[in-house]
Design a protein around this ligand. Structure first.
Ligand SMILES: C[S@@+](CC[C@H](N)C(=O)[O-])C[C@H]1O[C@@H](n2cnc3c(N)ncnc32)[C@H](O)[C@@H]1O
Length: 292
């Protein structure tokens, strides 16, 4: 990996299975390591391409030869898009052992442009001001201090470099009146296999109930089902088997993480400003900015 290094990694890594590690292997993100190694290829789907271009607003032309940081890459669905569809040098990291899934799936695509390590957003092993582009999808709400995480990302961008993030959005007082937030205090401490088994055993009736409610005036009641929001988040072209597998993965992803701190889009935009970035774009659950 990493024949063409344009940003120097700190030299104090332990190399395990070919990946530089800068973390205690046992940390709060281990449920993510479990899920992404078990469902390593589930979401390597063309939907990820739309997700990447929609979130970032970047173009293929502007990504040629740039240094791009992807923080919290998980199993690497967006790493794959970046490696396959752009000519950027990708520096991807994750706090969990999900980096192993990412390497398995994506390590052979463009090894000279792919630099992967296991590290925390709070201690990223690159000098400040290193990156032309910084991307962080689906991660910030799962970190213990949202604003500190935003600050850490912006510090790694060059002056004039662009940062794009998404996050779970608080839409109003009702956001937390939802089966997820009611049950998480009980589920987040459960052993991974036990929680996954519980979801698996109940998944079929929950999906039937979801589908019965989804197209009706009672659709808002789906928030009380302990199930991912299938209608609102899944691509439409999944086969029934894929749909079930995605539902199992994403429902586990709802109930297992240690932290889940959604934010309003306005609050995240203010965090960008305080951290030294000019906000260039916002949409519900998305903020982009440029480091001053
Ligand atoms: C919901 S997953 C999203 C993964 C990927 N970005 C995607 O869109 O598929 C959240 C990821 O954030 C990672 N994460 C949580 N805290 C982190 C931290 N402090 N530093 C780096 N990654 C972290 C988790 O390990 C997990 O893989």
């Amino acid at each position: 990996m990493g024949a063409r290094v344009t940003v120097e990694l700190r030299g104090d890594a332990r190399i395990v299975n070919g990946i530089p590690r800068y973390v205690d292997l046992d940390n709060y993100s281990e449920s993510f390591g479990f899920q992404w190694n078990m469902f390593d290829r589930t979401q390597l789907h063309r939907h990820s391409s739309e997700m990447f271009w929609h979130l970032t607003g970047w173009t293929k032309e502007e990504l040629v030869g740039v240094d791009l940081l992807e923080a919290g890459a998980g199993a690497g669905r967006l790493s794959r898009v970046i490696l396959e569809e752009t000519e950027a040098n990708l520096y991807a990291l994750d706090y969990s052992s999900a980096v192993e899934a990412n390497l398995r799936s994506n390590g052979a695509i463009a090894p000279e442009r792919f630099h992967l390590c296991q590290a925390s957003i709070y201690d990223m092993p690159y000098p400040d001001g290193s990156f032309d582009k910084v991307l962080c999808r689906g991660v910030l709400q799962h970190t213990p201090n949202f604003e500190e995480s935003v600050r850490a990302l912006i510090a790694k961008a060059k002056h004039g470099g662009e940062i794009a993030v998404d996050f779970y959005e608080v839409r109003g007082w009702w956001t937390k009146i939802n089966a997820k937030y009611m049950l998480r205090p009980f589920t987040k401490g459960m052993p991974n296999e036990k929680l996954l088994g519980l979801i698996d055993r109940n998944l079929d009736w929950m999906m039937k109930a979801h589908d019965a409610l989804a197209g009706t005036p009672l659709r808002h009641l789906t928030r009380f089902l302990p199930l991912v929001d299938i209608a609102g988040t899944f691509p439409p072209d999944l086969t029934p088997a894929q749909r079930r597998e995605w539902a199992l993965l994403d429902t586990f992803d709802m109930f297992s993480p240690e932290y889940d701190n959604p934010q309003t889009t306005a609050a995240v935009a203010q965090m960008f400003t305080r951290a030294g970035a000019d906000v260039t774009f916002t949409a519900p659950g998305i903020v982009r900015g440029v480091r001053r």
